[in-house]
Design a protein around this ligand. Structure first.
Ligand SMILES: C[S@@+](CC[C@H](N)C(=O)[O-])C[C@H]1O[C@@H](n2cnc3c(N)ncnc32)[C@H](O)[C@@H]1O
Length: 294
């Protein structure tokens, strides 16, 4: 049997040589509740659109990386330069373990570090690109993270942020806002009715910042070339179920309620609420901020 390789055809892409990150065939390991949501097609699409604004970069920080969704999107969009080094930082150790388990860098490296988004163990000016995906709304003092981003980027370094929680336009329309609220309220009512002994505080308000607030924070941190885009998204019933199955979402929607109980009561609210209004999706707007350090 010959082992000789077929000669490469002109223009043929040599996949083996392209720096990229591939998903390992799934090994048996604890499942992270975020992965179901972050692999929904609509979410993959919005993250891909977000990183399409990134330059090709060799030194990248994926800040608040979660399970590494943005690293995969950077790879798909061919934004990783040869010998790339990605630092994936998050406060959640479980999420970082998931990156180590699932993602295999080809032609580069991924280093995971457990760190707060505003205190990264990275030297000044190290990065060419920082991605802060779907997390800025979670920070108590996001301006500290903008300052840290500015510190860790080199000159001409680019920061890209996305969030579904822009205060003025996060909900695609009033009906979508009302229906999501009704689902959460129903789940809460059902838990109380079943005799849950603790108080259930109001849902966390994550829509704290307008696009203008975020742009101002970037400018105050020193960024000079700052823009903000809005991208409409439709979340269908499976997308809504996936977000209800995500531990951090359930904890914010029904504070003080154990995850399995919260999830178990949220999921059955989806179909009846959509059917009653004769709709099959909720509208949402993702915001995308792009800033350059000059
Ligand atoms: C919704 S996930 C987003 C993950 C990923 N960046 C993406 O776009 O899909 C939010 C992540 O932010 C992380 N996070 C929340 N607060 C943080 C903080 N103060 N410092 C670092 N990470 C934080 C959470 O652990 C979680 O992994």
């Amino acid at each position: 049997m010959g082992t000789e390789q077929r000669p490469e055809q002109p223009g043929e892409e040599r996949m083996a040589d392209r720096p990229r990150v591939i998903r390992r065939p799934n090994v048996q390991f604890e499942h992270h509740s975020y992965e179901e949501f972050s692999n929904r097609p609509f979410y993959v699409a919005i993250d891909r659109y977000t990183v399409s604004f990134a330059p090709v970069a060799r030194r990248v920080i994926d800040n608040a990386a979660g399970t590494g969704a943005m690293i995969e999107r950077l790879s798909e969009e061919e934004k990783l330069a040869p010998n790339f080094e990605v630092i994936a930082a998050d406060i959640d150790r479980g999420a970082l373990l998931s990156i180590k388990r699932n993602l295999e860098p080809v032609g580069g490296r991924i280093n995971v570090v457990q760190a707060d988004a505003s205190r990264l163990p990275v030297p000044d000016g190290w990065a060419e690109l920082m991605i802060l995906g779907n997390s800025v709304h979670l920070f108590e003092n996001p301006q500290d993270t903008f300052a840290e981003t500015y510190r860790t980027l080199g000159s001409d370094g680019v920061l890209i942020i996305n969030t579904a929680y822009e205060r003025l336009r996060g909900y695609g329309d009033q009906q979508s806002k009302r229906i999501l609220g009704a689902m959460i309220l129903q789940a809460r009512g059902s838990i109380i009715k079943k005799g849950y002994p603790e108080e259930i505080p109001a849902p966390l308000d994550l829509m704290k910042h307008t696009a203008g607030d975020l742009v101002n924070m970037a400018v105050q941190a020193g960024f000079r070339d700052v823009s903000f885009k809005t991208r409409p998204v439709r979340m269908d019933r499976d997308d809504i179920r996936a977000i209800f199955s995500y531990r951090d979402f359930a904890a914010g929607a029904l504070p003080n309620v154990p995850f399995e109980l919260a999830k178990g009561e949220l999921l059955p609210t989806v179909d009846p609420n959509l059917q009653r209004r004769n709709i099959d999706a909720l509208n949402r707007n993702w915001g995308i901020l792009i800033a350059t350090k000059v």
